[in-house]
Design a binder for this molecule. Sequence first.
Ligand code: DC
Length: 224
Amino acid sequence: MEKIINIAIDGPSGAGKSTMAKRLAAELGFLYVDTGAMYRTIALYACRKGVDKEDRATIVSLLPEIRLDMAYGEDGTQQMLLNGENVSGLIRTSEISMYTSQVSAIPEVRAFLLEQQRSIGRSRSILMDGRDIGTVVLPEAQIKIYLTAAPEARADRRWKELHAKGEPDTYEAVLKDVIQRDWNDMHRDVAPLKQADDAILVDTTEYDLEGSYQLLLNTIKERM
Ligand code: DC
């Protein structure tokens, strides 16, 4: 039987985790699991219900109504299904990003997703990205990467992405969001974003996308 390998990639928002994790997974023949999309989907559900993002009790009360499934396209792209509806195109707006940052700080929401996330890595090789993968979800992962870049570099990349999609956010607003989300992710009580003791730090501030990708690929191949 082929050996099952789990790779955990954590880091702040906008460090390029999902773009690179997706490509790396394809290169290695692993399944790519984007855990941020799972939190985003829960946020979308609560947001659609008109619940205030600070109203933890009501958000928790909605969890039993939520069924999350993941489907994979031919190219390995992860699709999020919310009670059977494909919501992949709806979970990447700035509004949902901010909402998700609050929702993901709720312990019951994290507990709701934990077993689902863990079980995926038991049966096959995966590359999973998030904030707490190396520390909480897959503490036994054979390879752990902490991928980061300076907030300004991350905001610049994010702003370009939004701009290309025609979203009107200014660079200053995007930078403010990045800093706010970093703070939320790093200071919450449960599973805050932090580098696992045994994770390799990869800082891509000075690299473009291709350079960052090669740096990551080499780092992983060395460990494999
Ligand atoms: O990676 P992303 O931007 O799609 O993540 C969206 C939000 O979800 C972000 O605020 C951090 C949170 N998140 C988390 O708390 N734990 C994870 N494993 C993944 C994401």
